[in-house]
Design a protein around this ligand. Structure first.
Ligand code: FES
Ligand SMILES: [Fe+2]
Length: 283
């Protein structure tokens, strides 16, 4: 555990020199049940850090990005001092490294090698290189990193597998037809939110400011799941990247982005709640 290697990032953006020697604190290995395409997508996806991994990270601000990777200002959950993290990837060679340029652990470099094992399996080897030189400190640091990374990869793998499933599904097109009868309004309001399907598409019945509304439970960004997503101020927030959508209109809020798929209208007829496709007027 006392291997050492020169840091690959000689200085921070402000010109401050970073430690020149790094020491291997530990290695984390895992077989991820997703294709390399999903894993690489996830590697370049800086935006999910503060949302999918909200138990580990707080705010995340993008500083730069490109084909080379990304640089963000990232706050650990429950901490105030931000870190500047830079990820540089060499996709053709199958590896990437994320370096802490500023903040706690500055100089730390986490190097990851990816290798496809099967159509939907990718082997991942993560090595934690740190500026700490004391041998007795390296083991605990490596163990803490491995524990943190196990959790991060658990969350990433769940997202990648869900996305792979959604991409593989043949989603129905065409108009929303038919209706769903939820029963007496009083019982329905007490049971919200309620998932349901119409014309083979997934929706959820919710209440916003006293009005019963239905919204698609598939995020139009990366097909993230909105089934259990929180609704606040009339908007539903996707757990993968935090995009918000107006439940009443489906519009993407606070950014340029696609709207939620068309949802059925919700009506109360004779005291019963119905969700139904748009009514077409004749003549
Ligand atoms: S999948 Fe990215 S915000 Fe929903
Ligand atoms: Fe992640």
């Amino acid at each position: 555990m006392n291997s050492s290697a020169p840091a690959t990032t000689p200085e921070a953006p402000d010109g401050r020199a970073l430690p020149v020697e790094l020491h291997l604190a530990g290695t984390y290995r895992r077989l991820v049940r997703a294709s390399p395409a999903r894993v690489w997508e996830n590697v370049f996806d800086w935006e999910h850090l503060a949302h999918l991994h909200d138990g580990s990270f707080g705010a995340c601000e993008l500083l730069a990005r490109g084909a080379w990777g990304w640089r963000v200002r990232l706050t650990l959950a429950g901490r105030e001092e931000p870190q500047v993290i830079e990820l540089r990837a060499d996709r053709a060679a199958g590896h990437y490294a994320s370096t802490t340029l500023e903040g706690t652990g500055a100089g730390t470099e986490i190097r990851v090698v990816l290798a496809q094992r099967a159509a939907h399996e990718t082997a991942v080897v993560v090595k934690f290189w740190v500026p700490e030189a004391r041998p007795e400190r390296l083991g605990p640091i490596g163990a803490a990193y491995a524990q943190a990374y196990a959790r991060l990869w658990d969350e990433d793998e769940a997202m990648m597998r869900a996305r792979e499933r959604m991409l593989g599904e043949c989603r129905p097109r065409g108009p929303l037809e038919g209706s769903v009868d939820f029963g007496p309004a009083e019982d329905v309001r007490a049971a919200l939110p309620l998932p349901f399907e119409l014309s083979g598409r997934a929706f959820r019945l919710v209440e916003v400011n006293g009005a019963l509304l239905a919204h698609s439970t598939v995020c139009p960004h990366w097909l993230g799941p909105l089934d259990d997503a929180p609704v606040a101020d009339g908007a539903v927030r996707c757990p993968w990247h935090g995009w918000r959508f107006d439940v009443a209109t489906g519009a993407c809020l606070g950014r340029e982005g696609p709207s939620l798929a068309e949802a059925p209208e919700v009506v109360v007829i004779d005291g019963r709640v119905l969700a139904r496709g748009p009514q077409r007027t004749s003549g």
